[in-house]
Design a protein around this ligand. Structure first.
Ligand code: GLC
Length: 537
């Protein structure tokens, strides 16, 4: 095994880190078969180092039948052969670390793939077997067991139960190919603890926990009733004990736990961030905000207020592999959106959306805490809305009968160079087709353009590292007009974002460090523009 443990004393780097999400299938293709892979990531480490990120979070890279883009894991201790080998992952972890970049992996504790050995054994062993106890198998209701055990719905649409030919039903909160594990079973707990150690032993610095608030179930599996508390499978108290035991393991490696916790109630959300539980969790409240000063300011205030008592840093997220690309989202007249239901065909002004995405980048990178950047956001990629139906892959599309376009539009392979598909990605027929017209978004084109999104992100990440007031630390609001967000960080750093319709005056400053777009000739800040300032005379 490669010597991948950091040698220097580990500080709490994660408190102010900039973390880049890699969706391996779509990042870069080293063997030119149309699917991204670890060789592709390795070849692009110089790009990531130049971008200035502190860590990479890899969406699941394990063997998977890809019923849900890799979130259906067949083996937690291996790498999907389409991506490479375990030895290559170890090399990648070590090389990245050598370039100053830590590695975070994705763990999916709620479910496994139906091809996982445990589920295969459960299928073979039949009703009433001990093998089935690792999952939620039940007889059906109705005279002949023809009705599902309860009325729970899958997150992807349709019932959360599937019946086997032998009569038993099994629970899957996501696709039928993703059977839910029974977390009341000691073997399930032990297995996950071993898997954590397995990856920490290979030098990973942290773990992102998928669907972290849905893992525990009421053992009676009661029907869901609106308003019933506690919920039968969301945010159950048993979870905290599970994550406390994970924290003990993580602490013994200086590892970091990051929760995917979608909860509307911020007070409930931060309970997962108590000092002996997870280190951080994604801030979906902020991600869900439309381009609206009052909403964003309220979300920032709430975020900071609820994090303070538990001592956990806030996180800021604009996009990930599940939601609409930022430039598209902010370019829509109604920028409010529902996470779970994507929509295509809404009139979108990409000029406006891109301008706002640039301003939002400076906003998030200036806020206190850590920040997550989803691959392609640094290129300003829009959502791809016209993938031919016969090329779509996401179960959300299929299980909604096509009414939900699914999440493929934000998962299209990255454009690296050239002026036609595959834009230097590698391969001819890519697993998802790229659109025409992406020549302007390639890393190569943007690298050479001082006005590009890539240049903006690089400059901002560079400044963010150099500015002592950025990352974690205090912030205070400056006086500003209604639709302007203006705040100061420690020292004389300030960020001002104009979300109003008209240009606004800037506070007194010595220097403009960076602007998301040109300032007016009168020095005023135009609409949808953000600026970083050095305050003073
Ligand atoms: C998380 C992932 C999403 C996946 C789901 C089921 O929400 O981000 O992509 O489909 O969990 O694992």
């Amino acid at each position: 095994m490669a010597d991948t443990q950091p040698t220097e004393a580990t500080d709490e780097w994660w408190r102010g880190a900039a973390i880049y999400q890699v969706y391996v299938r779509s990042f870069a293709d080293g063997d030119a078969d149309g699917t991204g892979d670890l060789a592709g990531v390795r070849s692009r480490l110089p790009y990531l180092a130049a971008l200035g990120v502190d860590a990479l979070w890899f969406s699941p890279w394990y063997p998977s039948p890809l019923a849900d883009g890799g979130y259906d894991v067949a083996d937690y201790r291996a790498i999907d052969p389409a991506f490479g080998t375990l030895a290559e992952a170890e090399k990648l972890i070590a090389e990245a670390r050598g370039a100053g970049i830590r590695t975070i992996i994705d763990i999916v504790p709620n479910h496994v793939s139906d091809r996982h050995v445990w589920f295969q054994a459960a299928l073979a062993a039949g009703p009433g077997s001990v093998e089935r106890e690792l999952f939620h198998f039940r007889p059906g209701r109705g005279e002949n067991g023809e009705l599902p055990p309860n009325g729970w719905r899958s997150q992807f649409g349709g019932p959360a139960w599937t019946r086997l030919p032998d009569g038993d039903w099994y629970l899957h909160l996501f696709a039928p190919e993703q059977p839910d594990l029974n977390w009341d079973h000691p073997s399930v707990r032990k297995e996950h603890e071993d898997v954590l150690r397995f990856w920490f032993d290979r030098g990973v610095a942290g773990v992102r926990i998928d669907s972290a608030a849905m893992v525990a179930k009421d053992p009676l599996l009661p029907d869901f009733e609106e308003g019933r508390d506690p919920h039968p499978y969301i945010d159950r108290d048993e979870l905290h004990e599970i994550y406390r035991s994970w924290r003990t393991i993580a602490d013994s490696y200086d590892g970091v736990l990051i929760g995917e916790v979608w909860l509307p109630d911020a007070e409930r959300f931060v309970r997962y961030l108590r000092p002996d539980e997870l280190h951080t969790a994604f801030n979906f409240d902020f991600l869900a905000c439309p381009w609206d000063a009052a909403r964003l300011r309220a979300s920032i205030d709430l975020t900071l207020a609820v994090h303070a008592p538990v001592g956990a840093p806030a996180t800021w997220v604009l996009a990930n592999h599940d939601v609409t690309r930022t430039a598209t989202r902010y370019g829509r007249a109604d920028t409010g959106f529902d996470f779970k239901t994507k929509a295509h065909g809404i009139p979108t002004d990409l000029v406006v959306g891109t301008r706002r995405a640039r301003a939002a980048a400076l906003l998030t990178l200036a806020l206190p805490g850590s920040v997550y950047l989803y691959q392609g956001e640094e290129l300003g990629l829009p959502e791809v809305e016209d993938i031919p139906a016969d090329r779509l892959q996401d179960p959300m599309y299929f299980r909604s009968g096509g009414t939900d376009p699914g999440r493929d539009g934000c998962r299209v392979p990255l454009p690296w160079s050239g002026d036609a598909p595959p834009y230097g990605f590698g391969g001819e027929r890519l697993w998802l087709p790229q659109p025409d017209g992406w020549a302007r978004y390639t890393a190569e084109a943007e690298q050479a353009d001082p006005e590009s999104m890539l240049t903006l992100y690089r400059t901002a990440l560079d400044l963010r590292r150099a500015e002592p007031g950025l990352g974690e630390g205090p912030m205070s609001w400056l006086d500003s007009a209604g639709e302007v967000l203006a705040f100061r960080r420690d020292g004389d750093f300030a960020c001002v974002v104009n979300l109003s319709e008209t240009p606004v005056d800037l506070p007194g400053h010595r220097q403009v460090l960076l602007a998301s777009g040109p300032l007016g000739e009168d020095g005023r800040l135009p609409r949808d523009t953000a600026v970083w300032l050095r305050l003073g005379e």
